[in-house]
Structures are given as structure tokens and as C-alpha cells.
Design a protein. Structure first.
Ligand code: RBF
Length: 153
């Protein structure tokens, strides 16, 4: 299965960076896995210090950009995590389009990298396949991208 080629990072690459994870609470059991996996990678693979990691939750993915805007200045990098599953109405399209555009806008305006950890999928099954429940877990890639971008300044 294809994935990113990871930059060369070490077990101490993240030791001096402050990381903010903001996650939505919709599709909670998938979110829980993604947040735990991202956190484990940051701490264990890259040496991020627990005291330098903050986790905040918001109701749904729609709220991710605003929460980041409120908090991002105090961190070197943020990771936004959400699971958007397409339903029968147009909500999915409006939410996913605006959330991704909002996250891009915040990173460019703030000058702080925002890692895109929002799964936009057609079915719950597809979300599970991207959260390591059965299939490839994307969260370690988000942790790696966060460390790489935070130390690249
Ligand atoms: N938030 C998500 O994070 N994932 C979803 O799949 C999701 N689906 C939604 C479907 C509908 C019909 C509505 C009304 C909201 C949904 N939300 C979802 C919540 C949304 O991101 C936000 O929290 C609420 O709309 C309140 O602003």
C-alpha cells in the first residue's frame, strides 16, 4: 500500500517541540484510535515530551479550524484530527470542503504548520481501514509530518 517516504527523523527529533492535537468527537471509537496512535508515535518514536503535548477536543470536524485559530500561536505545530463520513445529505461536502480550506488558511496565516488528519470517507469501513482497525494506520504519518514540519523552520 502506498504511503509517504518519511524524512530522516530520530528518537530525539521532537524533544524540543510543542505540539497541539485538536480532535473532533464524532465517530468517537475511530478518533480514539487515531489520537492514541498519533500520541504514541510523537512520544515514543520522536521523543516529544509529554509536558509539551496538548490534546483538545471539539464537538465535530467543523469546529477544528476555530479551535486551532484560538490556540495555535502557543505551539510549533498542530495536528487536526477528524473523521467525516458521507451521509445521505450534502453536509459531508460542505463540512469537508470548508474544514480543509479552513485548516489550510490557518497554517498559512499563522505561519505554523497544521497537519491534516481529517479522514473524509464514504463509509465507516473506509475510516476503519485508515485508522489501523483493519488496514493501514495513517496516524504515525501525521506524527512524522508534524515533527518534520516543526523542526524545518
Ligand atoms: N462531524 C464530524 O466530525 N464527522 C461527521 O461525519 C459529521 N457528520 C455530520 C452530519 C450532520 C448531518 C451534521 C449536522 C453534523 C455532522 N458533523 C460531523 C458535526 C459538525 O462537524 C459540527 O460539529 C456540527 O455541525 C456543529 O457545528
Amino acid at each position: 500500500m502506498k504511503g509517504p517516504e518519511l524524512a530522516e527523523l530520530s528518537k530525539t527529533s521532537g524533544q524540543n517541540i510543542k505540539v497541539l492535537i485538536v480532535h473532533a468527537r464524532w465517530n468517537a471509537y475511530i478518533i480514539k484510535r487515531l489520537v492514541e496512535s498519533t500520541t504514541a508515535s510523537l512520544l515514543q518514536r520522536y521523543g516529544v515530551q509529554e509536558a509539551n503535548l496538548t490534546i483538545r477536543s471539539v464537538p465535530g470536524s467543523w469546529e477544528l479550524p476555530m479551535a486551532l485559530k484560538q490556540d495555535i500561536q502557543n505551539y510549533d505545530v498542530a495536528i487536526a484530527i477528524g473523521v467525516l463520513i458521507k451521509g445521505e445529505t450534502m453536509h459531508f461536502e460542505y463540512i469537508s470542503q470548508n474544514v480543509s480550506a479552513g485548516l489550510m488558511q490557518i497554517q498559512l496565516e499563522s505561519g505554523k504548520p497544521v497537519i491534516f488528519g481529517v479522514l473524509t470517507v464514504l463509509t465507516q469501513e473506509q475510516a476503519e481501514q485508515r485508522a489501523g482497525i483493519h488496514g493501514r494506520d495513517h496516524a504515525p504519518d501525521w506524527a512524522a509530518a508534524a515533527v518534520e514540519m516543526a523542526i524545518a523552520k
